[in-house]
Design a binder for this molecule. Sequence first.
Ligand SMILES: NC(=O)c1ccc[n+]([C@@H]2O[C@H](COP(=O)([O-])OP(=O)(O)OC[C@H]3O[C@@H](n4cnc5c(N)ncnc54)[C@H](O)[C@@H]3O)[C@@H](O)[C@H]2O)c1
Length: 269
Amino acid sequence: MSDAFRLDNRVAVVTGACGKLGPIWVDALVEAGATVAALELPGATSSDAFNTVTARGGNRVRRFDCDITDRASIERAADAVAAQMGAPVILVNNAGIDQPPDSPAGRHPLHELPIDQFRRMVEVNLLGTFQVIQVFGERMAAGAGGSIINIGSLYASVSPDPHFYDHIAGNVPFIKSPAYGASKAGVVNLSKFFATHWADRGVRVNTLSPGGVLAGQDGQFKAKYGARVPLHRMAEADDLKGPLVFLASAASSYVTGHELRVDGGFTAW
Ligand SMILES: NC(=O)c1ccc[n+]([C@@H]2O[C@H](COP(=O)([O-])OP(=O)(O)OC[C@H]3O[C@@H](n4cnc5c(N)ncnc54)[C@H](O)[C@@H]3O)[C@@H](O)[C@H]2O)c1
């Protein structure tokens, strides 16, 4: 059965590859045998984690410029990937934006949240994902088919608890943007749409929704968050890799239109 999880000689694409989670997906795909096109905003700094993964992957990881809010940029990336690596059969729509508590965009009471901030989050998280599916997904559907994995979030299903952030100083209390969960809920539905429309064209489409992933959060946040998780902790890189490889590979050949929540049970109660 373990052969079903192998991705040898397959070309995979990961968007937003140079941030926190991107390198985890790239690493998982490389470990399973794939070669990976790592798409990232032109000029964006690579995280140390990405550099480490690239060094380990050798010539099986290659970076390409791609702004997922710009259709022409996506098409250029698709052409470059096809020419240099071959036709992708795995697409991980990972690029996304959130507004962390220390964001320079500042904090606003809900009734004064600038509509442009809301619009930008939808623009990247939902419309960007849609455009990447249009370009890369259509090529997969017209070719050998494959697997599309859209990265959602636990906040596609539940609202963030403001209590997690109430120890953070500031005149205006920090709240996670209402646009984040709304855009991710849209991604879950978008996955179902393409799962049904492209089932006959050999493309499976699923959502992988992580819970909060460990990345230097402060102790109070981790304690409050962990107390709400049935498995009592935030996610670590290795918690995410298996589910991604499962959805990318033949091991999930009868799974499409599904949201796989990798959240330690957060959304189960
Ligand atoms: N980190 C978490 O705990 C967590 C939990 C649940 C879901 N997620 C989701 O996982 C994905 C990755 O999150 P992360 O924590 O790695 O975030 P991150 O900010 O560290 O990385 C996101 C990457 O996307 C890129 N990006 C932003 N806008 C882009 C655009 N227009 N075109 C192309 N690339 C763009 C950024 O440059 C960055 O490298 C996101 O979709 C996020 O919503 C993260």
